[in-house]
Design a protein around this ligand. Structure first.
Ligand SMILES: [Cu+2]
Length: 361
């Protein structure tokens, strides 16, 4: 039987959060993690073209700053990428658990970052304790099924294939088995960034986030095991719409906001897993001063864009100038998903006020 008092408690917490403009209140819905405490390095450097990690043990929320470094090589390289299909029981919000399906235990899956012309040796390992087959379809692959055909693998086994990243862009990768809609909804998607040969304009900080929707039998906020609901998926009516796999995960009410400083330029890499909803991606209190819609990095960027649709199975790369101290709240501007379904991420911008640009009066 549904415990409505719990629904009310959880909903109240979340409504308080959104009513406050999703300010970084530190309401403590989820425990804090290290990345939000103190100033992180401007851009983390990681060896090779493949990096990631959940923000905390036992959580699926990917650390948005734990991504590979910019490409600093100018001749083609090879990269080994191992994607491990891993079931993780984790909190969607306090008291609400789901048995997620992930690559490498995190949502979104680790960012793969290579240079146009590089070769990738991709292995999909399906852990023995899993119940179903998994695979990977990378949109950077030119070939049948994007690699899904070569990598579909039963529990306890591994399969590999290689491909050359011919075209620059920010591309999604996702599980590609026949019921991929369920597997993506439960967490199996991430981004492969193929930098153009000439690279990308430098920025001060980079963040990586992923949007997807979770279809559950229990309503938003109902404590206990939120089991997957295939019927709700067919109706495209999710109870949760999430960044990085948890309600308000990257805000003061979750694991803490991402951090930046006045005068910096930040870049947001966003992947929309879906499986069904298009994100109207908008930074509240700012705009995309330069962006590459659908991850089309070979094109000239658009300038001064408020909101851009990011389709399921696509990506977005957007830069923001930060002239004043503020909290930027990243949302899907289909705002019922923010107010009622858990979608929000924040960037906290610290520094001195700039009254010529903004004067609180
Ligand atoms: Cu799968």
């Amino acid at each position: 039987m549904t415990d409505l008092s719990n629904v009310e408690t959880n909903r109240r917490q979340f409504v308080q959060l959104t009513a406050a403009g999703l300010a970084a209140t530190g309401a403590g819905m989820l425990s804090q993690s290290a990345f939000a405490n103190g100033a992180p390095p401007k851009i983390q450097r990681a060896a090779g073209g493949f990096a990631g990690g959940p923000i905390k043990e036992g959580s699926v929320v990917a650390d948005p700053t734990n991504i590979p470094s910019s490409v600093d090589w100018d001749t083609p390289r090879s990269h080994d990428v191992e994607l491990v299909a891993t079931r993780v029981e984790a909190e969607v919000m306090p008291g609400v658990k789901h048995r997620f399906m992930t690559f490498n235990g995190q949502i979104p899956a680790p960012m793969i970052r290579v240079r146009q012309g590089d070769t990738l040796n991709v292995t999909v390992t399906n852990r023995a304790e899993n119940e179903s087959s998994h695979s990977v379809d990378l949109h950077a692959v030119i070939g049948t099924g994007g690699g899904g055909h070569f990598t579909e693998v039963a529990p306890g086994k591994s399969k590999s294939f290689s491909f050359k990243a011919l075209n620059p862009g920010a591309f999604i990768y996702h599980c590609g088995v026949s019921n991929l809609d369920e597997h993506i909804s439960r967490g199996m998607f991430g981004m492969i960034l193929v930098e153009p040969e000439y690279g990308l304009p430098p920025v001060d900080r980079e963040f990586y986030i992923g949007q997807h929707e979770l279809y559950t039998k229990s309503n938003f906020g109902v404590r206990g095991d939120a089991e997957f609901n295939g019927r709700a998926m067919l109706s495209e009516a999710p109870n949760y719409v999430l960044f990085n796999g948890a309600v308000a995960s990257l805000t003061g009410a979750g694991y803490g906001a991402m951090k930046a400083a006045v005068g910096e330029t930040v870049r947001v890499y966003m992947v929309c897993g879906g499986p069904n909803l298009t994100s109207s991606f908008h930074p509240i209190g700012n705009i995309w001063s330069r962006c590459w819609p659908q991850g089309g990095l070979a094109n000239e960027p658009l300038k001064y864009i408020q909101t851009w649709p990011v389709s399921p199975g696509s990506c977005f790369v957007g830069d923001m100038a930060l002239p004043v101290p503020q909290t930027v709240t990243l949302v899907d501007h289909a705002v019922s998903r923010v107010v009622n379904k858990g979608l929000a991420a924040q960037i906290e911008v610290s520094g001195d006020p700039n009254p010529e640009i903004l004067n609180a009066g």
